[in-house]
Design a protein around this ligand. Sequence first.
Ligand SMILES: *Cc1c(COP(=O)(O)O)cnc(C)c1O
Length: 395
Amino acid sequence: MTGESTRAVHGPPPREVRQHPLVPPVYRTATFVFDSAEEAEEVFAGRQQGWSYSRTDNPTAQAFADAVAALEDPTLAAVGQPFASGMAAISSTLIALCSSGSHVVAPQEVYGGTWSLLTRQLARFGVTTSFVDATDLEAVAAAVRPETAVLWGEVLANPSMTVADLPGLAQIAHDAGIPFVVDATFASPVVCRPLEHGVDLVVHSATKYLGGHADVTGGVVVGAAALVDRVRTARVDLGGALAPDEAFLLTRGLATLPLRMRRQCETASTVAAALAKHPRVARVDHPSLPTHRDHQLAQSLFAPGLFGAVVTVTPHGGREAGLALVNGIGIIQRATSLGGTVSKAVHVPTTTHVSMDAGSLAAAGIDPAAVRVSIGLEDAQDLIEDLTQALDVFS
Ligand SMILES: *Cc1c(COP(=O)(O)O)cnc(C)c1O
């Protein structure tokens, strides 16, 4: 008979479950028990499949990454790795692919967190970056050097919704013998499957559309096993493991991703078309509009009729008009991020792009009035009325 404390810690063994649960369970455990010392040796050596420690691998986290890989690659050849956030995925990827002295080519419109990682962190370790106009393929090719280790891209850029010429950029990377990595967060695999257009690694902030409910932070990387294994090693060393509870919510979100994404994209196209006609609006950025510079490119790369669910609205009247639009909305919430059920809006120059001065904003084509609207699951007509009444208030 063991003592009370020992019985409290060990408990009786769990009851056997012979059936597969319909929903995979949350393996909320930091570590796993081996049948023998020899089994531990085999698993640690990688000679036998098994789980040892949840920072290295966890079944619930891996199930999420596997599910994203199946969406990105219907042939099921690609593999995925789960991360604690989009930035954990991006930092592990860049650290896996770069060494001191490496050079990166990235779009000048790159996501602010990626820009900060490259310029504030990796630069201190001898990694340099050229930020280029990624719509100018000659400029991209000219920026590639012998020491360039990665060509970075974004399927849809923030907030212009510029579409990356994936086949053209992939060609440049492969001519140089380097991997082409894209951040596909704004698109999701429902809108675009970059691996089918020559991309080597796809990175997502799962916090956005994949999770889809604005209640969890996560990330994922998908691609061929040889590259993804290198990224996994960086994740294990850096520690950006996805927690099992978060992974459970992300996998639950994935089940409705096609339904949500299609609806959000369709609503975004409807809202974009309505606002483009509004007299107080100077410009609307959404690739569904024939006036968007990448309308045709989007049609060649994206699922039919889907153009993403972020709409950037620039009212006439400069900064004050942009702030008034954000202050005037009622259904749409004043919040950053995207991809959730609730629509959100931010004034771009004072929030997501606040680190850019007036000159760099102008160079990037961002108007002082620009407002980024992330379309959620509300009725299109209610969102149009919300934005219209907010526009009408400013005069
Ligand atoms: C949000 C976002 C990220 C960062 O993701 P986190 O989950 O916040 O770390 C990276 N890229 C893009 C395009 C994003 O929108």
